[in-house]
Design a protein around this ligand. Structure first.
Ligand code: TPP
Ligand code: SF4
Length: 257
């Protein structure tokens, strides 16, 4: 259902292979989606799936996980869903460190509704609502997740497709809030508006600008501004929400007087 060259299908393929390799049973797995091109991914799933409202997927997922911590809960969102309309839910899911895996397709604009500006649109770039250039600065989703408290943060692109599955597997295995950001081509809108009319140009854009964290750290601040690190960026052990909640519940006598 996605445009030719869109990166969402690459992400979905990697996610399904990760489920298979981890032996996830459909009955124990819930994929929660928001609204948008990324949110349509659940049409292809035979796991449990919940298609929710724009910007609120993490709120629904938090409820599911809090009610039944045994479920594997994965949340698929666009950059609009996750950090633009849904920014508040994103930072609080990370702060709680609830045991969810959020996969964010960052195509730098609102894909489904016609390529409008979002909170990740790079400053100066062109969208259908910033035809003369975006005057705002963009969020770095991974940096935001890190400072807000996520246990695991990684970034990948469809140009580096095989690594994507391994990062998703690590994120699924990690206790606490894990985020995998996927920089994704949207040739139909973002690419077309920024002189990258085809998928090839968009993938080449990712290839030229991406590097490992080690390489990225050696760049000057000016060089870093036009590059980004990929791979695993954060991996730390912090008690997750359900563990802390259960501990407090047992101290409180499980609600008994
Ligand atoms: C509360 C609300 N506001 C606006 C919309 C209209 N809307 C539907 S999809 C969308 C943009 C989706 O962009 P993003 O989350 O980045 O996902 P993408 O389509 O790029 O994958 C918008 C604004 C909506 N459905 N609900
Ligand atoms: S509009 Fe963009 S994000 Fe949506 S399916 Fe097409 S390429 Fe993908």
């Amino acid at each position: 259902m996605w445009c030719s060259g869109c990166g969402i299908g690459v992400m979905l393929g990697a996610l399904l292979r990760a489920f298979e390799e981890l032996g996830y049973r459909n009955a124990d797995t819930v994929v929660v989606t928001g609204i948008g091109c990324t949110g349509k991914a659940d049409d292809y799933l035979v796991t449990n799936a919940l298609h929710t409202t724009h910007g609120r997927a993490l709120a629904y997922a938090t409820g599911i996980k809090a009610f039944n911590p045994k479920l594997h809960v994965v949340v698929l969102m666009g950059d609009g869903d996750s950090v633009t309309i849904g920014g508040n839910h994103f930072i609080h899911a990370a702060r709680r460190n609830i045991d969810l895996t959020a996969i964010v397709i960052n195509n730098f604009n609102y894909g489904m509704t016609g390529g409008q500006v979002s909170a990740t649109t790079p400053g100066g770039s062109f969208t259908s609502t910033t035809a003369w250039g975006n005057p705002e600065r963009d969020f770095d989703i991974c940096a935001l997740a890190e400072v807000a408290g996520a246990s695991y943060v990684a970034r990948e692109t469809p140009y580096h497709g095989w690594e994507m599955k391994e990062l998703i597997k690590e994120a699924l295995n990690k206790k606490g809030f894990s985020v995998v950001e996927i920089f994704s081509p949207c040739p139909t809108h973002f690419g077309k508006n920024n002189e990258m009319k085809g998928t090839r140009e968009m993938l080449d854009w990712f290839r030229r600008r991406s590097m490992t964290v080690e390489q990225y750290r050696k760049l000057s601040a000016a060089e870093q501004a036009s590059h980004f690190p990929i791979g695993k960026l954060v991996d730390r052990d912090v008690p997750d929400f359900n563990a802390r909640y259960e501990e407090i519940r047992s101290r409180a006598g499980n609600g008994k007087a």
